[in-house]
Design a protein around this ligand. Structure first.
Ligand SMILES: NC(=O)c1ccc[n+]([C@@H]2O[C@H](COP(=O)([O-])OP(=O)(O)OC[C@H]3O[C@@H](n4cnc5c(N)ncnc54)[C@H](O)[C@@H]3O)[C@@H](O)[C@H]2O)c1
Length: 255
């Protein structure tokens, strides 16, 4: 029996990072060919190496690209499609690292940078990937949002605003492209143990101290637990699922 995404040609933005990397490893192990697109060339190359050493046999390629630049985004998507022989799945798993600041405190430049990386780059990715997905008879778009697309805390207004918009952009994509066999799903993780949280809170001990109490399940999530959700959303098991936001948040938003 083949893997759950056997032969699927998959482009993963942020594939050098925590959630994108776990997704890349899982997809490759499940039979997919994977193009890792990441602005951090070294992180992308390291992850590609890990995939090649893993159990999968699909192609692996890396593209060092800032997906928030429209020309570069288009080039990366076209190159990935050319080298993989088409595109079946896109995953967007990248966000800007932002400071803690209220609306009043947040610098105008930082607002624009967060919107550029978290949201506008997703528009570019999907805009340029859609013709490839359509040409191959359909496909799946998976966009990583956040529990903060649905609820908010103080001090991260640009992050929360962009994540809410990611959920809505994904719904718009679902509605516009359903007739062409293209599904679009957003995934909203709670706090997951990646370097992103480490950058914000310095040590995992502090991350746990601060964030575990908000998660009724009593722990942080693991990158592999988000990769599982992305895998499900992209696989044929989720064939009736589109326009949905899948919360994988340890109960954060249930309270
Ligand atoms: N870790 C969490 O707790 C958590 C929770 C909810 C949502 N998320 C979301 O999951 C996604 C991935 O987060 P993560 O924790 O894996 O972060 P991460 O920092 O480990 O990985 C993000 C990757 O994206 C890349 N990237 C950043 N800007 C880019 C750009 N302009 N072009 C191309 N690549 C770029 C980075 O180099 C990095 O490799 C983000 O959208 C984040 O908001 C994370």
């Amino acid at each position: 029996m083949g893997g759950r995404v056997e032969g699927k040609r998959t482009l993963i933005v942020g594939g050098g990072g925590g959630l994108g990397g776990a997704t890349a490893r899982r997809f490759h192990a499940e039979g997919a060919s994977v193009a890792i697109v990441d602005v951090d060339a070294e992180a992308g190359a390291r992850m590609a190496e890990a995939l090649r050493e893993g159990p999968g046999n699909g192609k692996v390629l890396t593209l060092a690209t800032d997906i928030g630049e429209p020309g570069a985004a288009r080039e990366a998507v076209d190159q990935a499609a050319a080298e993989l022989g088409g595109l079946d799945v896109t995953v967007h798993s990248a966000a800007a690292r932002e400071s803690t600041a209220t609306v009043e405190e947040l610098a105008v430049e930082e607002w624009h940078e967060v919107v550029r990386v978290n949201l506008t780059s997703m528009f570019y990715l999907c805009k340029y990937a859609l013709p490839h997905l359509r040409a191959d008879g359909g496909g799946v778009i998976v966009n990583i949002a956040s529990q903060f697309g649905s609820v908010a805390t103080a001090g991260r207004p640009a992050y929360h605003a962009t994540k809410g918009a990611v959920i809505q952009l994904t719904r718009a994509l679902a509605v516009e492209n359903a007739a062409n066999g293209i599904r679009a799903v957003s995934i909203s993780p709670g706090a997951i143990e990646t370097n992103r949280l480490l950058a914000r809170h310095k040590t995992f001990e502090r991350v746990r101290e601060r964030l575990v109490p908000g998660h009724p399940i009593g722990r942080l999530g693991l990158p592999e637990e988000i990769a599982n959700a992305v895998l499900f959303a992209a696989s044929d098991e989720a064939a009736f699922m589109t326009g949905s936001d899948l919360l994988v948040d340890g109960g954060y938003t249930a309270v």
